[in-house]
Design a protein around this ligand. Structure first.
Ligand code: MTE
Ligand code: MO
Length: 372
């Protein structure tokens, strides 16, 4: 069993698949803290977790012909300036279960918890690439990452991002060796992973073994045959994966974490809580909440760190205290976020449904009963 060496996990996690391990924190724990504690940070593994020895670990960085290839130990990585940032990581499949409810899709049944936030620290990728002699000359090039996790045929997890993002110091792409002040937990990429702020989780390659600059995107299955969006009209007989760009920056997203769907709330005051985030460093500027299915709206209060313009890498938690009108028997609570490009979420799943169930960001709806 290639999974017998997987680490022990926190019992509060809701498991979507045991082998490979995929799990999310329950909603009420997800927004208890602005920074998600490491043990309950959502986990998305495609393969068994490799058990890597920090003493012998080496990161292979392929240099350009005129430069030099590097074989970096952990200690070598520590010599680069240490950069620390708060970044939210979201899987493209977050909230997929809502798409499934509309029409069947292929993928893990994530609820609202395939998203979490941590303080990540490590070397900036641009510093490491520069050391190997890379420059931003070929603007069309891509930086390919390979994990040290692999399937029985020896194929490793891989993904890529455009070289322009990798070389931009303002994009703050990290080769991270710390998560919330601790060495990375095994499930999250020990000893080194990529963190690409504002970009879909699939590009944050864990257990990083190799970095190279290539004229084309990674040829990995997960870059070319997965993590792409399609029209609702496309099915598995007609899908042409080469016709769509790989997902990089994610669209604006929000969800309600409290109360939970189907719960009974007391009449009088109700507290509604949730998260909101947008890709590409776009800040969340507003979250609207409705108690009547979207007929009338109130603006929620945003908590969490203030964000730097264009570098809003982390989510905002939000809450709204509302009084439940007398005689109400039920509430149809809805939330929707707006980012600083005034992007909004679609009101329903139908027009964004796609066969892989990715990019599920319709208004989030929760139905609760009011105790008499
Ligand atoms: N990196 C490797 N090597 N193997 C993987 O299976 N999964 C990716 C990405 N990096 C993956 C990987 C996906 S799809 C996501 S959403 C994130 O890791 C999840 O990161 P987390 O498990 O730390 O939350
Ligand atoms: Mo993912």
């Amino acid at each position: 069993d290639p999974y017998s060496d997987d680490p022990v996990r926190h019992p509060a996690l809701k498991v979507n698949s045991q082998r490979p391990f995929n799990a999310e924190p329950p909603p009420e724990l997800l927004t208890e803290n602005y920074i998600t504690p490491n043990p309950i940070f959502f986990t998305r593994n495609h393969l068994p977790v490799p058990n890597l020895d920090p003493e012998t670990y080496r990161l292979h960085v392929v240099g350009p012909p005129e430069g030099q290839s590097l074989s970096l130990s952990l200690n070598d990585l520590y010599q680069f300036p240490k950069h620390e940032i708060t970044v939210t990581l979201q899987c493209a499949g977050n909230r997929r279960s809502e798409m499934t409810r509309f029409k069947e899709v292929k993928g893990l049944e994530w609820n609202t918890g395939a998203i979490s936030t941590a303080r990540w620290a490590g070397a900036r990728l641009c510093d490491v690439l520069a050391k190997a002699g890379h420059q931003l000359c070929e603007t069309e090039a891509h930086v390919c990452f390979e994990g040290l996790d692999s399937d029985p045929t020896g194929t490793a997890y891989g993904a890529s991002i455009p070289l322009a993002r990798a070389m931009d110091p303002e994009a703050e792409v990290l080769l991270a060796y710390e998560m919330n002040g601790q060495p990375l937990p095994r499930d999250h990429g020990f000893p080194v992973r990529v963190v690409v702020p504002g970009v879909v989780g699939a590009r944050h390659v864990k257990w990083l073994g190799k970095v190279s600059v290539e004229p084309e995107e990674s040829y990995s299955h997960w870059q070319r045959r997965d993590y792409k969006g399609f029209s609702p009209s496309v099915d598995w007989d007609t899908v042409d994966f080469d016709s769509a760009p790989s997902i990089q920056e994610l669209p604006v997203q929000s969800a309600i974490t409290e109360p939970k769907d189907g719960e009974t709330v007391q009449s009088g005051e109700v507290t509604i809580k949730g998260y909101a985030w947008s890709g590409g460093g776009r800040a969340v500027v507003r979250v609207d909440v409705s108690l009547d299915g979207g007929l009338t709206w109130r603006v929620a209060e945003l908590d969490g760190e203030e964000q730097r313009p264009g570098k809003a890498w982390a989510w905002r938690l939000w809450q709204l205290q509302a009084s439940v009108p007398a005689g109400k028997k039920e509430l149809n609570i809805v939330c929707k976020a707006v980012d600083d490009s005034y992007n909004v979420q679609p009101d329903t799943v139908a027009p964004i449904w796609n066969l892989r169930g990715v990019l599920s960001n319709a208004w989030h709806r929760v139905h609760v009963c009011v105790a008499p």
